[in-house]
Design a protein around this ligand. Structure first.
Ligand code: BGC
Length: 401
């Protein structure tokens, strides 16, 4: 995923015309009628769900890290330290939904054993025409084949049922990375244009169905190098306002997730060197300015999650638009609650060790961005284990492990 195409000014005007797209009533049974938010959900939207919580640890990821340690004996000790940190649980296909009961049962056991709320962070990522501006993370659902209906009935509805079965567990949902951002800057591409109304309707539907009292929803808000420009933030905020109005109001979500699967540094000035016209030269500046843009449109007091899985080291790119398996990256700040103003949490949303996309032009889903001069070579398909890249992330971790 994460194509950004810094087409800044050019595409902003196109995006403006998209704002009203497809905001009609969504089929299915919303949790609450538009305009009415469940009071318990509204209350949940005012709390930072990360505060006071322990994190669910996925045993499969722990096993992958152990295998990585055994395959790299000289780094094994430091690699094993990574096991203690939580990651995003990616629901990137309909088939993956079947794993949720296992994860939540394990989370429940962990919660009972520790006596502390145990938080699971899910990434809901199976939009029709997914990754519409790129190829590497193209998904299984297509707008042209009524993927919108399948998205609701075979993906969102069962996820909602699994979450509803565990009202005792706190859950965070990061909703559809890249989707709304693609409507801000990439409507010049036919696959994004085709998806315009479906993206909006699907996000609205997902908010309505997944908005349970134990679930805190964060909409994806790209990153500083994608939506940092004033015009983009403004267009994005307007789009969010319309989406949230259709979903039942600004209290239907807790906040926004940024930098998902990207590399933008938290606090240095890398952005100023790469894109001097972008006022958001790092991710913390972006979050601060985005909060103001959103507030201008009535979306106030939102919390942000910043993906720090791979943004520990600065000065690893010259081209901000490069997004695929960037060489020299290191693990960033460790997942933790409330590290600073506006920020609910730093969290490792992208799974450290998983590829962004294949670098082999002969493979399906090959995207030329994954063979850029700044991308690591030998990369496998998106979402699969990339051992040499994982080792680099560990060795370059900043702060060190
Ligand atoms: C891939 C997903 C994967 C996720 C986390 C995305 O780029 O498309 O399949 O689950 O990254 O690694």
């Amino acid at each position: 995923m994460i194509q950004q195409r810094v087409l800044a000014v050019l595409s902003a005007s196109l995006a403006l015309s998209a704002c009203g797209a497809g905001l009609g009533k969504v089929a299915g049974t919303p949790a609450s009628a538009p305009g009415e938010v469940d009071p318990a959900q509204a209350e949940a939207s005012r709390r930072n769900p990360f505060l006071g919580a322990g994190f669910f640890l996925d045993p499969e990821q722990v096993a992958k890290i152990e295998a990585a340690a055994q395959a790299a004996p000289s780094d094994a000790m430091v690699i094993r330290k990574v096991k203690q940190y939580p990651i995003g649980l990616w629901l990137d296909s309909i088939a993956k939904v079947a794993v949720i009961p296992k994860w939540l049962n394990l989370a429940k056991k962990q919660q009972q054993a520790s006596g502390q709320p145990t938080l699971s962070v899910f990434v809901v990522y199976d939009m029709p025409n997914r990754d519409c501006a790129s190829k590497s993370s193209g998904g299984e659902l297509k707008v042209s084949q009524d993927g919108a209906t399948r998205y609701r009935t075979a993906f969102i509805d069962p996820i909602a049922a699994h979450f509803a079965a565990h009202p005792e567990l706190p859950i965070v949902v990061i909703l559809e990375p890249d989707s709304l951002a693609n409507l801000v800057t990439n409507l010049n591409l036919p696959t994004c244009q085709e998806a315009r109304a479906v993206y909006v309707d699907s996000v609205v539907y997902a908010i309505q169905k997944l908005g349970l009292p134990n679930v805190s929803i964060y909409l994806d808000a790209a990153h500083a190098g994608w939506l940092g420009w004033d015009g983009h933030r403004e267009t994005f905020a307007k789009l969010c306002k319309k989406v949230l109005k259709a979903a039942g109001g600004v209290d239907t979500i807790r906040g926004f997730a940024t930098n998902v699967s990207n590399y933008t540094h938290l606090y240095n000035r890398d952005g100023a060197a790469m894109e001097s016209s972008d006022p958001c030269y790092n991710e913390l500046v972006y979050v601060k300015k985005l909060a103001v843009s959103l507030a201008d449109h009535g979306i106030r007091n939102k919390g942000f999650i910043i993906d720090t899985a791979r943004n520990g080291k600065g000065q690893i790119r010259k081209v901000w638009g490069n997004w695929c398996n960037i060489k020299g990256a290191g693990l960033g700040e460790r997942p933790r609650a409330a590290p600073g103003p506006f920020v609910d949490a730093y969290f490792w949303i992208k799974v450290p060790g998983e590829s962004d996309g294949t670098s082999d032009p002969s493979q399906p889903r090959f995207d030329p961005d994954c063979a850029s001069a700044e991308s690591a070579t030998g990369a496998p398909q998106a979402g699969t284990w990339f051992q040499s890249y994982f080792l680099d992330l560990v060795r370059n971790a900043t702060p060190p492990l």
